[in-house]
Design a protein around this ligand. Sequence first.
Ligand SMILES: [Zn+2]
Ligand SMILES: [Zn+2]
Length: 243
Amino acid sequence: MPDRTLQLDCLGSGNAFSNGQYWSSYLLEGRVLLDCPPQTLVHLRKLDVGARDLDLVLLSHQHSDHMLGIDLLLLEAAMGETRVGDGTLPIIGPPGIYDRARAILGEAPRLGDRDDPHVPWSEQTDGTSVQVGDITVECVEVDHFPDFTALGYRVHIDGKTVAYTGDTRLCDAVYTLAEGADLLIAECGGGPPHMNWDDIFTLREALPATTEMLVTHYDRRRAPDVSGTAGLTLAEDFARYEV
Ligand SMILES: [Zn+2]
Ligand SMILES: [Zn+2]
């Protein structure tokens, strides 16, 4: 039986400076959140998805355009219409991510302890693998800022693999993330400590045709025309993709 098609919703495609795009974030299969920028809760609710519907939140690193929405997502998880209640909403990120969340929220009780049974925080490092229900996540450290660890993720669901770079320079870890993936969601912040458009085309040439690429975290005003490049798509806010 062929593998089932996965659904990927773009909650935002822009980088930290926005340029009219929302900050980069994705919802996979309506239940795995890839990064949590400021607009996250609004865009989840527009899709009729709430905190209770999420199986997993993956945070790539501590920059504000990737996690500043965690405050109101945790508020929803604790007290909103779609509160987690007796359920569980695991949050995975690199070392230091919980302390960054605490710095954002202060002493607000909606951020519980690291081992809160309903919203447990798990800090992962390069090469680890985490199983959450039917979802397997491989964590790969990428090269972004020297001051803290940033992770990319390989998410395996129903026989498909979706890889997400978070923010990174082009480095060996990006190829590790992409290996055998059905889709690589690749950032293009425009220059160090990010990938640029040359890097995106280099990657596209290096990866097999079986690995589609979706470019995110980019400035649409400076984006090249990629319509002639097979397997390369520029993400659009609110677009829905099939994997
Ligand atoms: Zn960023
Ligand atoms: Zn960053």
